[in-house]
Design a binder for this molecule. Sequence first.
Ligand SMILES: Cc1cc2nc3c(=O)[nH]c(=O)nc-3n(C[C@H](O)[C@H](O)[C@H](O)COP(=O)(O)OP(=O)(O)OC[C@H]3O[C@@H](n4cnc5c(N)ncnc54)[C@H](O)[C@@H]3O)c2cc1C
Length: 310
Amino acid sequence: MKLAEQKVWDVLIIGGGPAGLSAATVLARSRRSVAIIDEGRQRNLRSHGLHNYITRDGILPADFLDLVHEEIKQYPVSFFQGRALSVTRSEDQFSVSCADGNNFISKRLLLATGVSDQIPEVAGMKELWGKSIFHCPFCDGFECKEQHVGLYAQQLNGYGMALALKHIARKLTLFTDGGTYLRLAQKQKLEQQGIEVITKRIRKLLLDKGQLQGLELEDGRTVDCTALFTHHGISTNRSLLDQLGCRSTKKGAAITNRHQQTNVDGVYVAGDASIDMHFVVVAAAEGVKAAVAIHNDLLEKQYAEVLKYR
Ligand SMILES: Cc1cc2nc3c(=O)[nH]c(=O)nc-3n(C[C@H](O)[C@H](O)[C@H](O)COP(=O)(O)OP(=O)(O)OC[C@H]3O[C@@H](n4cnc5c(N)ncnc54)[C@H](O)[C@@H]3O)c2cc1C
């Protein structure tokens, strides 16, 4: 028999990124029994440094997670490494099964499962991801301010992002890699702003010592650039959300109220998997909001009889 089978946790958190860890801290400090199931693939792990999180500017994401784990040790939070595969809801309980056969039961469920980036299939992009290939001007733009920056927009048109990057970088070139999403009027507007638009396909990335130096096009022309942003799609890690019947936007983000509660009773979503912006600080804040709402919800249930006489 698996160890975890017998216990009914107050809260089960799936996902141990900033959203899940932050919620766990608040819940454990409110004396709730909390377990986190985490596969350990936090979205920004390959990044060269975390920005826009005050007091931790530039910290490696892995070091950031180590700090949180060190902090959380003082509270009774239980960690289980693994992938949650399926979830069912019955009465007021959730049952979650993991790939390794472990099964968990809880009164409330917080999904903090994040999103997955669909990194374009250009050779070398995955290797340079988070080092000289980025997706977010707010997260990594400032570090490229003196550089000739490329924007790769094959699947989406990249118009707005090109203007945002032009504001930050010394020079910007937009590569569509054969994509045709940019309208002629948009192309002209970009060119008026000094942004070159290159529609030719990209043959390969040019690297030196593991750093991007430029791109080679299908006609053999090379374009120097030392940082490349991609305007690509993401997919929400939503299998569990779907199994529970949680509502989501067209793009797949879970729809919650302002306390991170979904349309399914007892199910909360925080972090990138939910509808708001994708930042560590936002994920952490949503974790806090979900934790407070869950704690209050459990309190109401605990003291239902008493509260009747308020
Ligand atoms: C390259 C890059 C750089 C970035 N830089 C910055 C930055 O500088 N500043 C900033 O604020 N933000 C940055 N971000 C965004 C930031 O990474 C996210 O906003 C943040 O990680 C969201 O936290 P989260 O807890 O929602 O999800 P995540 O951190 O992605 O954590 C989700 C966790 O859930 C786990 N999981 C998913 N499904 C399951 C399952 N079924 N069972 C078990 N575990 C599961 C995953 O393995 C993962 O460990 C960056 C993102 C990228 C890709």
